[in-house]
Design a protein around this ligand. Sequence first.
Ligand code: FAD
Length: 479
Amino acid sequence: MNKVVELVIVGAGPAGIEAALTASTAGVEVTLIDSAPSPGGQYFQQNPQGFKKESLAASQVKAQRFLGRLSSSKVTVLNHTLVWGIFEGTQPGTWCLTLHGPTAPPRLHAQAVILATGAFDRAIPFPGWDLPGVITAGAALRMIKHQRILPGKRALLSGTGPLQLQTAALMVQAGAEVVAVCECAPALLKRGVAQLPSVWGQWERIKEGLDYLNVLLQARVPYRLGWAVTAVDGEERVRQGAIQKLGPAGNPISPGEVFQEIDTVVLGYGLTPRTALVRQLGCDMEYQTRCGGFVPRRDSSLQTSRAGIYAIGDGAGLGGAEKAILEGRLAGYAVANQLGYLSEVNAKAILARDNPALRREDRFAWTLATLFSPPAGLYALADDDTVICRCEQVTLGQLRHAIAAGAQTVNDVKNLGRAGMGNCQGRTCGTIIAQIMTVETGKTVEDLRYFNIRPPIHPLPLHVIEEYNPGSFQREDRQ
Ligand SMILES: Cc1cc2nc3c(=O)[nH]c(=O)nc-3n(C[C@H](O)[C@H](O)[C@H](O)COP(=O)(O)OP(=O)(O)OC[C@H]3O[C@@H](n4cnc5c(N)ncnc54)[C@H](O)[C@@H]3O)c2cc1C
């Protein structure tokens, strides 16, 4: 019989690490898994091995402290290990996770599972967005902060929110010429003042944003509010980019301007929660604009609709590193309570203690979403020849054909034209197709749903599937 671990956590970002430390300190036996070579996730990401740096930024000092606690804990950490599926286990009330990694067992059984899978960059398509040289803000930041590589010498930025502001400032500081930053949100000052009560006290974060703005100001970088990049062009790679002013619904309303001789366009339209595993499990989902899209429905202990499966951090609704840590703590205690290491009374007391901080982070996340959600009109920038599903090379024209042929949901579009069936399994195009369909059909995203997903959730070498015992796979899958 397979050994059953008490708690498996998928994702070693701030949420997953805090959950692991909390549960382990309470006495729970914890295995923490991440596909990255080292723990840290997005926020506490570590530099590659052998990489030397003269001084550390404040967030890196914090990361080292956080990761130090992990390495001196009893938590078993499996790096470089992808969780490619999750199923009901053979013993009642247990779960089976299927793994792929150099030192990982092929599967692991657990009494409880915390999914802390984070988020990924959101892109918005327009003519030319698939040219080399067009990258996302997350990728640009990763290159600058962790690899010390400048993504390009002459860059145009388009997007919304603090991540793109940070990207622009760091690009300038790293020596790039930033020709313009287009922030699609209009009238930020006026709308920001209206939000002051909900961000009251968040002075450090506000100061960080103002510092980035100041960098742009000093470098005389044009910061266009209510503008966006609407098309880019080039032969081998991006060479020119057009920007236009947007109307209230996000549709371009001016002839705009064209920037020549650029080599990079950075898109920073925020993040989308990574929900492949909760969807594969069939957890109840709900659409929440402020959380970044479809997210699992959770109870007050952050448990999903499937007993023993918890979802926390950005993967359960965007909120930033502090919120991810708070949710990690809460879920760690909830599992300790579920497994009998913490009394109900103590669990409730902890919930009451941490709730105000969590509510404060929730309010902040809500404010950011209110100020910086991309407007619907931006999803009408692509033309018939624009590739929407890059893995399967499906164009907007082909999507329109599927809609005209009767597609009612994003899954119908997938079935009729292969969009979302490629390497990324619809991670990038899933949200885009839903948003485009709202523009084309007038339906809501809730009506259009999200791509169904089957294991493996990521591409795998065929030998992994071959080595997997198919009989046992089917048994666990069907329970
Ligand atoms: C470029 C960038 C800059 C940011 N800057 C800030 C900032 O200044 N301040 C701030 O508060 N927030 C910032 N954020 C947001 C912050 O990083 C996130 O809110 C925070 O990291 C969320 O923590 P998390 O634990 O939920 O997820 P993450 O940190 O994203 O960690 C999720 C982990 O899960 C792993 N994973 C996912 N799926 C699987 C799987 N199937 N198998 C194995 N492993 C898996 C991933 O490899 C990843 O390591 C930034 C985000 C980005 C992308």
